[in-house]
Write a protein that binds this ligand. Structure first.
Ligand SMILES: *Cc1c(COP(=O)(O)O)cnc(C)c1O
Length: 394
């Protein structure tokens, strides 16, 4: 915790916006405009030359989007942030900006499906190679480092097994070789984990999840140094063009105001559900970071504030029992995505990880009986009673 000016909860509400500059409007105005007019030809020239501050065109910058970027940079304790039209637009803008042909990326074993797809594409089309690494020890990472390695890409907790990667350990190895560390912090949000404080260089979010929090917007965020974000803004963000719309930025600004309150409730609910799942006779295993029995508990204590809203668990049996559980639910929705007010459940083997070949899937710990639950903000008693009645039917 390093905030000097405002604490997280306060900054999530107030940072980066001044009502006095906007006719007293409490809510950030939606600047729904494609372009900005110049008073004179000379002003236009000065703006394009970067000699005068000011807006030009909304693909380059927009005041509503800028307010969101300033808030996210502060919450992640980074220097600058950029907002994108999706989490994948953020991931691709960052990875394309950091690499060139013949470079090499080391990626955590277990990564979001489309990030996996992007790495394949970069390899096939641009000869940017990658290796996957369990990242359990420094040695495992060191063995894969080549002179061309420019980036270590980490997801923690890993989806859907909730295994954690020790960020301090990854940074230690990366710094020895001048390698940039990028962390996908979607599952935690800055309220639970701030990778930049451990020395990581870039944080990425699918803001579609906890940042938005209400299941109504697709968006992405990247946070890092001023220098790197400026570079991305004028290259991959501007020229590939996956920018966030002013209205979607406004939805995220509204969502993020309650991030701290929502995350605490997600965590409270998840803790109650974990306790009960662990005792249910139809459940074989439960995976949750804030659980002394979890394989990554020591890493959890080092780098996460609380366990988050995601739980994975295996039912006793196979795919048939897993699907039977889903079909028995009445309140909980069957859906991918996460971090919403509604509790959602999905079957990774046939949904989010259906494209992963069975052998690789098993190595990643994704069995046919594994389910991933995104615990929502409903009363935990109602979430549990729905799960319990469905589990009792197995
Ligand atoms: C959803 C997700 C993404 C992709 O984000 P979109 O907003 O869907 O493009 C990336 N990483 C993680 C961990 C995700 O959960």
């Amino acid at each position: 915790m390093k905030y000097t000016e405002k604490r997280f909860e306060t900054a999530a509400i107030h940072h980066g916006y001044c009502t006095k500059e906007h006719l007293g409007s409490l809510s950030v105005p939606i600047f729904q405009t494609s372009t900005f007019t110049f008073d004179t030809a000379e002003q236009g020239e000065a703006r394009f030359a970067g000699q005068e501050e000011g807006f030009i065109y909304s693909r380059l910058a927009n005041p509503t989007v800028r307010a969101l970027e300033e808030k996210m940079a502060y919450l992640e304790e980074g220097e600058a942030a950029l907002a994108f039209s999706s989490g994948m637009a953020a991931v691709s803008a960052v990875l394309v900006a950091l690499t060139k042909a013949n470079d090499h990326i080391i990626c955590s074993q277990g990564v979001y499906g489309c990030t996996f797809g992007l790495l394949q594409l970069m390899k096939q089309k641009y000869e940017i190679d990658h290796d996957f690494c369990p990242m359990e020890t420094e040695e495992q990472i060191r063995q894969l480092i080549r002179p061309e390695t420019v980036c270590i890409y980490v997801e923690t907790p890993i989806n859907p097994t909730m295994k954690l990667i020790d960020l301090e350990m990854v940074v230690k190895v990366a710094k020895e070789h001048g390698i940039t560390v990028v962390v996908d912090n979607t599952f935690c949000s800055p309220y639970l984990q701030r990778p930049l404080l451990f020395g990581c260089d870039v944080v990425i979010h699918s803001a579609t999840k906890y940042i938005g929090g209400h299941g109504d917007v697709i968006a992405g965020i990247a946070v890092g140094t001023k220098e790197l974000m400026a570079e991305i803004a004028k290259t991959t963000q501007k020229d590939i063009g996956g920018v966030l719309s002013p209205f979607d930025a406004w939805l995220l600004l509204r969502g993020v105001k309650t991030l701290a309150v929502r995350m605490d409730r997600h965590c409270d609910n998840a803790e109650k559900i974990v306790e009960r799942l662990k005792q249910h006779p139809a459940v074989a295993n439960v995976y949750y970071p804030n659980d002394p029995d979890h394989y990554s508990y020591s890493i959890y204590k080092k780098q996460m504030k609380r366990g988050g809203g995601l739980i994975s668990f295996e039912v006793k049996g196979t795919k048939e029992e897993a699907q039977r559980l889903l079909n028995g639910l009445r309140l909980i929705h069957i859906a991918v995505s996460l971090g919403d007010t509604e509790t959602l459940i999905q079957h990774p083997a046939t949904m989010t990880h259906a494209v992963v070949p069975e052998k690789a899937r098993m190595e990643m710990g994704i069995s046919d009986s594994l389910l991933r639950l995104s615990v929502g903000l409903e009363a935990w008693e109602d979430i549990w009673s729905d799960l319990e009645q469905a589990l009792n039917q197995l």
